[in-house]
Design a protein around this ligand. Structure first.
Ligand SMILES: [Zn+2]
Ligand SMILES: [Zn+2]
Length: 172
């Protein structure tokens, strides 16, 4: 069975890890191995933006966890790439590494009450989406498909956590 390293980088929703483990297995046939890496965050943090550079996180994960078939980093840090104000995540197209930020998935971020079910559903969608890219999937036109692109949480909430049939074929 292919192995996934899951790196918890200042990720606080650890009670959800067993569910994530189950989803990785169900959706990608991945066996999860969990790590809490000791990263030098100064290389990843931008003081000007008060955010973390997602591409550098991917590079870090590839450098130290390259033995794994897939490497998924989960973080509560707010992520960015230079051309965008923020990103929910980033992944290598047809590669190994993906990162997902939970920062903007919490309803509390928008001043709304805590809602673990909603948060979990968003998190699973983003994990499926970013990992989907590592299996070579690009953005999908199907509004229900998890590979549909989302630039805000409302767009995440509209789509399902599932891959459409065409996208699913490529994962297997
Ligand atoms: Zn995407
Ligand atoms: Zn699709």
């Amino acid at each position: 069975m292919p192995k996934a390293a899951v790196l918890l980088i200042n990720f606080n929703a650890t009670s959800l890890i067993p569910i994530i483990e189950k989803k990785l297995y169900q959706n990608f046939n991945l066996q999860m191995h969990q790590f809490i890496p000791n990263i030098d965050l100064t290389e990843i943090y931008s003081e000007v933006r008060d955010q973390y550079y997602s591409t550098k996180l991917l590079e870090y994960s590839l450098k130290y966890y390259n033995d794994y078939d897939k490497i998924l980093s989960l973080t509560d840090f707010d992520l960015f790439v230079p051309v965008l104000t923020f990103v929910f995540g980033e992944a290598q197209l047809n590669g190994k590494a993906a990162v997902v930020s939970a920062h903007r998935l919490y309803p509390e971020f928008y001043g709304l009450p805590q809602n673990e079910e909603l948060f979990l559903s968003r998190l699973i969608k983003e994990i499926n989406h970013e990992l989907g890219h590592t299996y070579g999937l690009r953005h999908c036109q199907n509004f229900e498909c998890v590979m549909h692109s989302s630039s805000n949480v409302d767009e995440i909430d509209i789509k399902s956590e599932n891959f459409c049939d065409r996208c699913k074929e490529k994962i297997i």
